[in-house]
Ligand binder design. Sequence first.
Ligand SMILES: Nc1ncnc2c1ncn2[C@@H]1O[C@H](COP(=O)(O)OP(=O)(O)OP(=O)(O)O)[C@@H](O)[C@H]1O
Ligand SMILES: [Mg+2]
Length: 364
Amino acid sequence: MISFRNHKKTNISFDPGLTIIWGENGSGKTSILEAIHSLSFGKSFRTNNKRDLIKKGDEGFYLKGDFKSKNNAKNTVSLSQDIKGNKKITINQKTIKKRKELFGLNNVVVFSPEEEEITKGSPSIRRNYFDKMFSICSSIYLEKLLSYNKIIKQRNTLLKTEKNTKKKEKELDIWDEPLSNCGMGLWLHREKLMKQFIGFFIKVVQRFDKNLLLDINYNLKIRKKEEHINAIKNSRLEDIKKGYTSFGPHRDDVLFRWDKKKIKNHGSQGEHKLFLALLKISEHLFISKKTEKTPIFLIDDMFANLDKERSKKLLRFVETFKNKNKEKSQTIITTTNIINIKENGLFSEYKNIKKYHLVENGTA
Ligand SMILES: Nc1ncnc2c1ncn2[C@@H]1O[C@H](COP(=O)(O)OP(=O)(O)OP(=O)(O)O)[C@@H](O)[C@H]1O
Ligand SMILES: [Mg+2]
């Protein structure tokens, strides 16, 4: 990592099993996970603006990661951006045009306080969460999503900008068919993957604690193209008034419930965190199964918002997961309190534990 967040120049190697990064608030722990995520996904999980990532006062950042999979396949990914906005992503020294070419190559699952918005925030955050996961697992899903979003963008531009009412109506007529074709295709694919994901989630919750009653609810209201076309036609007046397309898969919500009640409105901090943890474990299993590659588990600030007993139970639970070859997945954990881990005798399942103490300015 060069000139990335508070890191001037940091070079870290990670244990194939467990690496613990510890240090004070602001020492640069989350930034390290952010760098790994950026190399995996071409994007941070904390900001959409890459300029935020450039170390204050510097001209640009540079990240490079060497990834090695279990069958010894290696790949090197680099990502850089300067203050003028010039960006570059390479895979094995070859520049790629779009960041989607990275998807699925080196998967990661992030469990961090930033992700808490998934259970607490608006429907769009949950939608993006599942869209990202499903896109990593299926390039077909990604293509469907991109085509659909393109149509929505074009239709919304038409809704907003065309002043001539007759012309607008005529052009909207033309959009109905492709919109419902793409929309219905995306919906049915999303439903299929969601069902599979929910299956993983229910098993994970059961295994963690039989007495917990958590569920995820996703229901398609329509499943036929004709019904979709009718619905688009019915909401046309409203769309024209609002200036955007108000009906379709881009408006979906996924319901998360704890004891049959919406966690968004009822959950305590600890319940939110536990729900998210179980969601993330399910995500890890789902991506492993779908891509046949075990993602790297990035766990940020593990102990925040969880009591000691729950933290212990959760970490022990994470420890029990092994991949197809009965190996533990690579896990990188950050914490401000290394003593916690020692005292509780955690991570006995790992052969080696690598520890990094971050001092200042990101030096490990
Ligand atoms: N672009 C930037 N340039 C310089 N410093 C930055 C930049 N962006 C963030 N920082 C600073 O980098 C430091 C490290 O942030 P980071 O979130 O990685 O810390 P952390 O170790 O995870 O802390 P915490 O324990 O509080 O979560 C912070 O002090 C933050 O203010
Ligand atoms: Mg942090």
